[in-house]
Design a protein around this ligand. Structure first.
Ligand code: HEC
Length: 105
């Protein structure tokens, strides 16, 4: 094999404008894509339904959702369980939205 892709660092992705993060337009689509295979419906994993704004808000403000997103991939508590960690820019969206008080916007 000639050349090794792993020798080349990936360029840092520019984050979209992080001001005014929207639950409906930014946060929910990320949850639907990465999380709601498990955290939705009548019997969501850990009893946590992430389709529901009030449950998501409670989990970022009072629970451990943000911490779970930022754990190393080898940590069994890392979310999404069994998947790849979210890109940093997407985690930033969660952090900014939480800092804004996790509004239903
Ligand atoms: C493959 C299924 C699966 C996926 C995908 C998944 N989770 Fe989980 N999640 C679980 C299970 C099972 C638990 C309970 C075990 C544990 O706490 O680690 C859990 C627990 C949690 C908890 C802790 C709840 C509590 O009350 O302590 C949070 C927060 C969480 N998940 C958030 C997320 C987020 C955010 C995503 C998407 C980025 C995600 N999960 C993706 C299965 C999943």
């Amino acid at each position: 094999m000639s050349g090794c892709a792993y020798e080349i660092a990936e360029p840092a992705l520019p984050c979209k404008d992080l001001a005014g993060v929207s639950f409906a337009a930014d946060i929910l689509p990320l949850l639907d894509f990465h999380c709601n295979g498990c955290h939705a419906g009548g019997a969501p994993a850990a009893g946590l339904n992430l389709e529901n704004h009030s449950e998501v808000a409670k989990s970022v403000l009072e629970g451990n959702l943000l911490e779970r997103l930022s754990l190393p991939v080898l940590d069994i508590r890392m979310m999404p369980l069994g998947g790849e960690p979210l890109p940093e820019c997407d985690i930033s969206l969660f952090q900014v939205w939480t800092a804004e008080g996790a509004p239903n916007n």
